[in-house]
Design a protein. Structure first.
Length: 137
């Protein structure tokens, strides 16, 4: 092999190494972004559970903080939390959920839940659910 062909071969090998390293860096970056997204989803789920826990607590300040946190959620996240709240034993929590779900009455899943709450053992919750359903056109 001549000196010129050795230099060309060295350059080709170096270029292949650079391309391979760039692919590795891209792969690691993509993997890192996927891990970040997963961590955010876990945090959001934990956050929604914390909001419900705070709302069902007896502490007035925690309930206020939970309402603030609930208002910061995206519409889809908020709807999911409100639907979870409808299953709580605490009537005041269910009442708050019904009031919050009035913004989602065009969603068939929400209407189904509200129909169930219209038969709630607590007369205030049942009346509120009927009122929200009555506003559906």
């Amino acid at each position: 092999m001549t000196r010129k062909s050795e230099i060309i071969l060295s350059i080709v090998i170096l270029m292949l190494a650079i391309v391979a390293y760039g692919g590795y860096v891209w792969w690691e970056h993509t993997s890192l972004e996927a891990r970040k997204i997963t961590e955010v989803q876990k945090t959001d789920s934990l956050k929604s559970n914390q909001i419900i826990k705070m709302l069902t607590s007896g502490d007035f300040k925690q309930k206020l903080q939970a309402r603030r946190e609930l208002s910061k959620l995206s519409p889809q996240e908020k709807k999911a939390v409100l639907l979870k709240m409808c299953k709580q034993k605490n009537a005041a929590t269910r009442m708050m959920a019904v009031q919050g779900l009035k913004d989602y009455v065009k969603d068939p899943a929400v209407v189904k839940v509200l129909n169930g709450l219209a038969k709630d053992p607590d007369p205030d919750v049942a009346a509120q659910a009927k009122q929200v359903l009555g506003g559906v056109k």
